[in-house]
Design a protein around this ligand. Structure first.
Ligand code: MN
Ligand code: MN
Length: 302
């Protein structure tokens, strides 16, 4: 069950109305790296988890993310509070209203006019939240890696948002939310390493002869060597020939077809066969004039 405590996880102190900043902060309310995405990610993972330690951790963190959603949503509401009422009570002149909701790079007209000051479940560009932000696959060694990356991305968005404001109370609360993502990243990584072995993800081992091969497929000036492709860690393959048909086969696709399928394939090939002897007149050629960059071919040369 869930219960709700009216006190926030971190006190929200906003020093003045700022609809533009509110709009930017929506990135962490209904955006891909935001708190709703985090809360639903961990909540659904917790429901499906059978390991008691991970289930407990995921439920703790999911519930904390929901508390962050409340904090960030409350900051948005506080930043919009004055502006929302000015608009709903229609107290400003048209010019003043425009200046306030979309002046000086303050791009908040969608959230102000369409969502009445929100907070709506959109990102800062007004894109609606989607469950597609959650990439859970139901295998802890893969999901925990994704969770580590999700926390890293959330941390970075908070860092950027902190640079967008001088409001000390907002800066402080964002700093707290950012810090919690650092803490979560550590828990998820610890939980990943608590599974042994955890690499490669899943149960099946890789094909041994390809597991530690590095194909140097982008060649030319700029080829770099490091631990990620070193001779110590990988077999480094630059020869194009050795990159083709690495199984030792022909490299050409084949499929075994039934007799009736074979004859239908032949029929389709015959019907759609191209004739290399043809040099047909085309619409582009008919319309081509001089100096337009289209070289006339033999049939229209004048
Ligand atoms: Mn969070
Ligand atoms: Mn987090």
């Amino acid at each position: 069950m869930f219960s709700h405590n009216k006190r926030l996880q971190y006190t929200v102190r906003v020093s003045e109305s700022n609809p533009g900043l509110a709009n930017l902060l929506l990135e962490q309310f209904g955006g891909p790296q935001g708190e709703l995405a985090a809360a639903t990610r961990y909540f659904t993972q917790a429901l499906g988890e059978t390991d008691p330690g991970r289930k407990d951790m995921l439920m703790d963190i999911a519930t904390e993310e929901l508390s962050h959603l409340e904090v960030i949503g409350t900051i948005v509401a506080m930043l919009n509070k004055g502006s929302k009422s000015r608009l709903s009570e229609a107290v400003d002149s048209e010019a003043e209203m425009y200046r306030r909701i979309s002046g000086a790079g303050n791009d908040s007209h969608v959230t102000q006019v369409l969502y009445g000051g929100g907070p709506p479940l959109t990102n800062s560009a007004g894109v609606p939240w989607t469950a597609a932000y959650v990439d859970t696959i139901g295998e802890p060694t893969a999901d925990l890696r994704s969770n580590v990356a999700a926390e890293a991305r959330a941390k970075i968005i908070y860092e950027r948002l902190i640079s967008c404001t001088d409001d000390p109370g907002v800066k402080e609360a964002l700093g707290f939310l950012m810090t919690r993502e650092v803490a979560h990243q550590q828990s998820f990584e610890k939980a990943l390493y608590a599974i042994q072995p955890n690499f490669p993800p899943g149960k099946l081992p890789g094909m041994e002869r390809f597991s530690n091969v590095y194909f140097n497929m982008s060649q030319g000036e700029g080829d770099e060597r490091g631990s990620w492709n070193s001779d110590e860690n990988f077999e480094y393959v630059s020869d194009w020939e050795q990159q083709c048909a690495v199984d030792g086969g022909s490299g050409l696709p084949e499929v075994a077809l039934q007799a009736d399928e074979k004859s239908l394939v032949a029929q389709t090939m015959q019907r759609t066969r191209s004739d290399p002897q043809q040099d047909p007149m085309t619409g582009a050629m008919l319309g081509a004039g001089g100096g337009n960059g289209i070289a006339p071919t033999k049939s229209v040369r004048r």
